[in-house]
Design a protein around this ligand. Structure first.
Ligand code: ZN
Length: 505
């Protein structure tokens, strides 16, 4: 891409007026010359609207501080579906709807959590209930016991564990984090370094998820048979961070409510483990109240359009998952991606731009449990698959966009190189040959529709916020998200105006 810069040192004034046809030698891989019409005038307006009049801070505040965590099937998710739909409508989008993608199962909400270690000395035990797990019978006081070998070896304890809170895994070492801050913003060199990636193996999602649910249900039946009062799980992260997931086998109303399972700080978990295994009795006082919700077993996506002009029945889709875990309030995962996509639509609408193809935003639910919302939507709309030119996804935290993966579609490289070139100065420098998995663009890729996930600066996604109690507004990089909204708005607009559909793999 560096080559591109030398060619295009065009004076600013000329840039604003001109619709420029970019003809560039592209990466050797494709060996083809691709031409993209990039409207620099429109791009300049998109930059101005997105960088100077951004709604990102307000959107971020409302979705995280006001609506809060959005576990699929929970009241928070419902509020988020409604608020995003109302907001998109208020910006003038058409075809806005909160659409059911299918039967998800029981919703769940944590009502209260109180934990305290009583012996060998008294201290608060901060923690959170693991999603879709059950309640304690009021406030309980129980001995803590270790199950060596994990849940599958629980039977050998006979009745010894009755009424106990059990630790199912050994203590986890917490080495110091000697990570270089540089890793928070990816240096250009490593962004441009070739990656030899194997093709992404198709994942039989349904078989995989059924297998996981079976394992969860089996583990729970062993625990109930042993009569334990509950499970205490270590967070796996250091410095008091609570990181977790959930037992979504219990979304199935036919399944029994699992035993209580609380996620506590790894440091306290390790301390309890050391004490119990060295013969020091540990007693915990615990009260966990959760609610399973069965009034509506469906789950929903929010969708909305900017209708196309001469190709209205062809689509460019942009999206992100709106659902989150409940340990923080899903700020970087994935309020960040959701508000970037919303802001991109706001920018295009505010500038009164009229793309040739319809640009459709999709805010999915069910992603954390198995990209259910996007897969469900595609299953529900097979008639649309051939009409979707491309789908753009954002789901790697709060960092600015640095480029995009071609998802194994080498024809994508020259197209993205030219469309993203005007954002080189904002750090967008890499169109990479490679795949990313396990988020919503995969649903499109699996359906043979060009689906792409943007490359972002990692900031502290893996280190601090991904699925943790730290995932809150304060850890959002708002300037990065403004940049991302500008890049998404421009990319969607340019793809919507292409003469041809995006080339399939
Ligand atoms: Zn995510």
């Amino acid at each position: 891409m560096l080559r591109v810069r030398a060619l295009f040192a065009v004076p600013a004034v000329a840039m604003v007026a001109a619709t420029l046809v970019l003809t560039v030698p592209v990466s050797q891989a494709s060996g083809q010359i691709a031409q993209e019409k990039v409207d620099l005038g429109v791009i300049a307006r998109i930059r101005q609207e997105g960088l100077e009049r951004s709604q990102i801070p307000a959107l971020a505040h409302h979705l995280t501080d006001v609506i809060g965590p959005r576990l699929t099937g929970s009241p928070g998710m419902k509020a988020a579906n409604e608020w995003t739909a109302t907001t998109l409508k208020s910006w003038g989008l058409t075809g806005v709807e909160v659409e059911p993608w299918g039967r998800f199962g029981r919703g769940w909400k944590n009502v209260s959590y109180e934990g305290r270690i009583l012996t060998p000395y008294s201290q608060p035990m901060p923690g959170q209930a693991s999603a879709w797990t059950g309640n304690t019978k009021g406030t309980i006081t129980a001995p803590v016991m270790v199950v060596e070998g994990g849940v599958d070896s629980i039977a050998k304890y006979g009745t010894k564990l009755r009424g106990a809170l059990v630790l199912l895994a050994p203590a986890r070492p917490l080495p110091p984090e000697f990570r270089d801050p540089e890793e928070r913003r990816t240096p250009v060199d490593s962004l441009l370094a070739p990656v030899n990636q194997r093709a992404r193996p198709p994942i039989g999602w349904d078989t995989l998820l059924v297998k996981i649910q079976k394992q969860q249900a089996h583990a729970d039946s062993l625990l109930r048979a042993a009569g334990v009062a509950g499970v205490i799980t270590g967070s796996g992260s250091a410095y008091g961070t609570i990181r977790g997931g959930g037992d979504w086998s219990a979304t199935n109303p036919a399944m029994p409510i699992p035993v209580p399972n609380v996620i506590v700080q790894q440091e306290q978990y390790n301390e309890m483990y050391r004490n119990v295994t060295s013969g020091v009795p540990v007693t915990v006082q615990l009260k966990v109240q959760n609610r399973f919700l069965t009034d509506d077993l469906n789950a929903y996506n929010t969708l909305g359009d900017i209708r196309g002009t001469d190709k209205p029945d062809e689509y460019v889709m942009i999206g992100a998952h709106l659902d989150s875990w409940h340990y923080g309030n899903g700020a970087t995962d994935n309020a960040a991606g959701s508000i970037v996509m919303m802001e991109a639509m706001r920018i295009l609408k505010t500038l009164d731009l009229h793309p040739r193809r319809t640009i459709r935003i999709a805010l999915w639910s069910g992603e954390e449990e198995g990209i259910y919302g996007s897969r469900g939507w595609i299953k529900k709309h097979p008639e649309l698959a051939p009409k979707i030119s491309a789908y753009l996804n954002l789901d790697n935290g709060t960092g600015r966009i640095r480029g995009v993966w071609d998802q194994g579609n080498a024809k994508a490289i020259p197209i993205f190189e030219q469309i993203l070139w005007p954002f080189h100065d904002l750090g967008v420098v890499a169109v990479r040959h490679g795949n990313t998995g396990s988020t919503d663009h995969v649903s499109f890729d699996d359906a043979g529709i060009p689906g792409f996930n943007f490359i972002q600066d990692p900031i502290e996604y893996g280190l601090r916020t991904h699925h943790t109690s730290n995932d809150v507004y304060d850890h959002l990089e708002l300037e990065d998200l403004k940049q991302a909204a500008v890049v998404v708005a421009a990319t969607a607009y340019e793809l919507a105006n292409r003469d041809e559909m995006f080339p399939r793999k």
